[in-house]
Design a protein around this ligand. Structure first.
Ligand code: BG6
Ligand code: MG
Length: 216
């Protein structure tokens, strides 16, 4: 790839590790409902919307709930989740994330957030990182969940760059697929066994450099 004009970042699992808070909140809900939900089950929820996450937990337990009940349960879970993320501090930024964002901006590469979360504003404020993004697109702005590319295409549009000029950073399979579906290059954050569809996989943004973008 010759010219990278923008880097688009997923939030949960790339910039911060909120999976543990999502797990605690879903686990509390599952326990209250007498449903089984393990840390392994939690892996299925990465990159997946709040509503879909609840559906997955119900499906795993062969339980059905009305639409009204589902809304109530998702809200209950979210209230517990928000209590936890309200306690977050900049110390929870994953290694290398802030430094890589700063390096992008110093090099004139635009930055955007592309997250499924409707809580991204709260998290970015708590970790004091909102100022490092030129555009923020999250679950409040999209109607189609990853692997649909909508969240990243809206990010590219907000930055006024073409999809082919963007590199996406993602830790979830659905997110990697969303980037590919949007015609963007993608760097997987995690393990190559899981994120095989990515153009490159690193264990974290601390292992990423601007130079590596040229190799994509
Ligand atoms: C994604 C997480 O970033 O956001 C998912 O990986 C989560 O686990 C989704 O379900 C929606 O988050 P929220 O904050 O809107 O409930
Ligand atoms: Mg993620």
């Amino acid at each position: 790839m010759s010219t990278v004009k923008a880097c688009l970042f997923d939030l949960d699992g790339v910039i911060v590790d909120t999976a543990v808070y999502h797990y605690k909140a879903w686990k509390r809900l599952a326990d209250q409902l007498g449903l089984k939900f393990s840390e392994q089950d939690n892996e299925l929820l990465k990159g997946v919307s709040r509503v879909r996450s609840l559906e997955i937990i119900l499906e795993l337990n062969h339980v059905t709930k009305s639409a009204e009940e589902q809304t109530e349960l998702a809200t209950l879970k979210n209230n517990w989740y928000v209590e936890m993320i309200n306690q977050m501090t900049p110390a929870e930024i994953l290694p290398g994330a802030k430094e890589f964002l700063e390096a992008c901006r110093a090099a004139g590469i635009k930055t955007a957030l592309g997250s499924a979360s409707k809580n991204s504003g709260t998290i970015l404020n708590k970790i004091n990182l909102a100022g490092l993004f030129d555009a923020i697109v999250d679950g409040n702005h999209v109607s189609k969940a990853k692997p649909d590319p909508e969240v990243f295409l809206k990010g590219a549009e907000a930055l006024a760059v073409k999809p082919s000029e963007c590199v996406v950073f993602e830790d979830a399979i659905a997110g990697v697929e969303a980037a590919v579906n949007g015609g963007m290059k993608v760097v997987g954050i995690g393990s190559p066994e899981v994120l095989g569809k990515a153009d490159m996989v690193v264990s974290g943004l601390d292992k990423m450099s601007l130079k590596m973008l040229n190799g994509l």
